[in-house]
Design a protein around this ligand. Sequence first.
Ligand code: 5RP
Length: 270
Amino acid sequence: PPKTSFETSSRRIYSNMAAVEASKRAAATAAVQNHYPTNAKWVGIGSGTTIVYVVEAIKNSGTDTTLTKFVPTGYQSKQLVTSAGLTAVEFDAIPEGVVLDIAFDGADEIDDDLNCIKGGGACLFQEKIVALQAKEFICVADSRKLQSRLLTNWAYIPIEVAPIAALRVLRKLRELGSEGPTVRLNVLGKEGPLKTDQGFFIVDAPFPPLLTTTDIQAGKDGSGKNGVWEVATLAQKIKAIPGVLEVGIFYGLTGPQAQAVGAVGGQKPV
Ligand code: 5RP
């Protein structure tokens, strides 16, 4: 009967949600236990629902945070930091020459090379500048987010765009092979496009799954000619479109390949 099946499915949804939350908390606890420097002076704190558990784990770790400055990646992240009784410092107030000891953040999807899609919560620009300012970038995510290739489960790349250039950016993204890129709309009954903390728009651009370095080493073509892109190649193409402030592909920032990028190419990760 409908009532029984509704109750059954709602119980299932509830227990799945509980498992996801438990997975987020477990990942956050492990991330803090394994990576948080006990003498951290400067710490980046990202956005989303998983990062809440990171702040909880820092508070529970027993570390003395009285002299630690936490750099948030947006308005909600700042609220999270201050409501936990921690000291928030805006990105622009980081003194010249200071590098963050570590930055924690969530992700929408993570591939085999530890590249991520970010921006589901529309904070990708601030998230990227904070991550780039850190010695170590720790991405914390529950097991649903891990996929061999980006854009397997997560459907689109979030891109932060100047409102004046939005239509042109949408056109350029279609030329790169994105099918149906859209300007993200407000939720909660507010009409019109969502605006970021910078007053910019978010364009969500669907693409087919992105190739990893393993795919390229195996001889696959990620140049986009056949509509299929390798992660870094597509990130650079999108970033080069006039009007794009930042792209929600984070690559070369996490794991062993971050050191490889620095050591081999000496390039700044995108
Ligand atoms: C916001 C982000 C978030 O880190 C990402 O969306 C993950 O969020 P959650 O932890 O809620 O799944 O990139 O712009």
